[in-house]
Design a protein. Structure first.
Length: 102
């Protein structure tokens, strides 16, 4: 799967999480995933709880629009972001400088 793909009600994104970072950041990663650096540790869902608001802020959607769909305990996660698919895809592309096929 590419780093993101458009769905009927938004986009799905693949994210590689690095917990215990010095600060939270959502960045372009590889062609297969975004990179998220989280200050939260990977225990008791703390990193997942920190990831959702970070993704929501990055894409300009409410936290309730971001759903973890795969990778609950894995470093590589898939999230669904509900909203205008075209607008969300443009935000994703802008994070990569527009050079991704999403």
């Amino acid at each position: 799967m590419p780093a993101w793909r458009v769905t009927a009600d938004g986009i799905d994104v693949a994210v590689r999480v690095t917990p215990r970072a010095s600060r939270d950041a959502f960045l372009p990663g590889t062609e297969e995933h975004f990179a998220a650096r989280l200050a939260a540790p990977p225990v008791e869902g703390a990193a997942n709880a920190a990831l959702v608001p970070l993704v929501a802020k990055t894409f300009g959607v409410p936290k309730r629009a971001v759903t973890l769909i795969a990778g609950d305990t894995a470093r590589l996660k898939r999230l669904s972001i509900a909203g205008d698919p075209q607008a969300l895809a443009e935000i994703a592309a802008s994070l990569y400088g527009g050079s991704h096929d999403g």
